[in-house]
Write a protein of this length. Sequence first.
Length: 640
Amino acid sequence: MEKSNGIHYIELSNNFIRFDAVSQLTNVFFDDSNKQIFAVRSGGATGVVVKGPVEDTVITFCMSDRGGAIRSIKFSPDNQILAVQRKENAVEFVFFQGEQPLLQDIITHQVKTLIYGFVWVHNRELALISNTGVEIFQILPEKRQVRSVKALSISIKWFAWCCDANVALLCTTEGNTLVPVLVKQKVITKLPKVDLGNPSREVQESKVTLGRVYGVLAVLILQSNSATGMMEVEVHLLNGPGLAPRKCHVLRLSLIGRFAINTVDNLIVVHHQATATSLLFDIALSGEVIDDVTYHAPITPGRSIKPFGLKLPSLSPDGQILQCELYSTNWVLFQPNIVIDAKLGCMWYLNLSIEPLCNLISDRIRLTEFLLQRSSGKQMLLKVVGQLMDDQYKGTLLPVLETIFDKINKIYSSWVQLELQNQTALPSNVKSTIAKSSTPPIVLIEQSDMVQIFQPIAKRTYTETVLMLYLQSLNKYNISAQEELSKMVISELMRNRSFDTLRRLVSYSMLLESKSVACFLLAHSDVNSAISQVAIDMLGKIQAHEIIIEVMLGQGKVIDALRLAKNSMGLEKVPARKFLEAAYKTQDDLIFHSVYRFFQMRNLRMYETLAFPKAEQCTEFIQHYNTTFAADSANKLQIS
């Protein structure tokens, strides 16, 4: 097992919370639903200091010591009712006005069962979990009543609670089965039991962690592998309504000893106390599949959490720094990413440090798969892609880049399709609802992001090849190229004089077909005559006939322009002066004569006369015609 070697990918947050440490006079409790720490100081009156979920939220009050030592203490979600358990079969409810308790209005609710614990499911509803089942009670402060609203009878040995999913995992006395139960306001829903494989298998409470991974409830069970003796973690996922949680993944720890588990950014972090290291597992990555179960090795060899120095109060201006003991026996871990050292009086959130981790994953494709699932992975992934295209490799990693482009664009395509569905074929009120509910993928890399990565490698020998790979990947997933990317591709193709490639791209509609892109082509038509035709082909695809006509007129192709104008605009809308002027500028008498006679025939058809209307301002061209062709009208060329 590797030690730190100066590289740390897990760290304790700087926005930690300090509280009074555990002592002979002070007990500490943690409510994982509200993320609140209760420091309860006994002696005479009981002083309580509540902190969390951030450092500057503090509630301080006093209570009496009546009824014995506190076993559990939790606020309702709105901090207006405090539930306190002192006895194994009773819970007290203390009502608050602002941040102070109304000690004269305490209600003690006693039951005939052994209470294992309680959780708030609403501002005025609390679920008691006891050896005989789960029961939701409604607290009515104005009536000083506690009323049962829902109950589930089931014999229980112990339970685990996932506040993110509102699910309690119950270990029953009958057959040692694990039964998930959804507990919400006025609702208790028994879900299919966890399939443990072996009916006689017994699971200890200390070996079970409940949490969410990629939005799915996961039951994590620590156990020893019977063949190797090494510890591993079974991952049972609650795959959907009516489906029993099934063992889908196994995390191979290849270690023995004491372990604790957190989840950070959809990664399962397994801490090993003996080696003071943490192992990272990502169940979204591929692994060895045996009997429909995926077996995972750690993403990298285990590393220690980054050392943390705690600044202590001191008269010295520099203060004193205490290096905290990592993986301490005083640590208690809560889900998803909370570490509490009750003896030191500190609560941290575990954070993932992406960049050091990336330096440990040499397989760039696997690293891409990893970063696409991380909440802070986008910038790092863009950096990785940029490195694969720089001068160090000079295009030698094209197969790797091609695979990475496909993985990026597969996700990008799904998002584009979702956005497209939101915009079409739905009433406006439904569109707005879907738009609000649809969220982008964890990491979404769009064309604009890639263009920023491509810009530094512009005008290099391999740039055209890289751009073509990306363009082909977009095309594979039916994603249209946008303007900025299209212009970048065009620039590289023109620089390399790859005019046949450019023509094919336009022919197969792999570049954005727009007036802007076509005009960009036209602006560079002096590079090669083929570019002008490519631009005209693109304009024809989008039926931008006015621009095509202007281009043709500029090129002296007056007869072709006139034919297109007649077919696209209609005879009556073709402006005579524009075409006569263009024909005159060619200094070709035959072209001028043909154009002039075309408009005479038009005049005859529309106005029953060969004469031009004054409004068309064609006097100078009439004079030119009369001067040049008055004596001879034998060679007349009609335009069909």
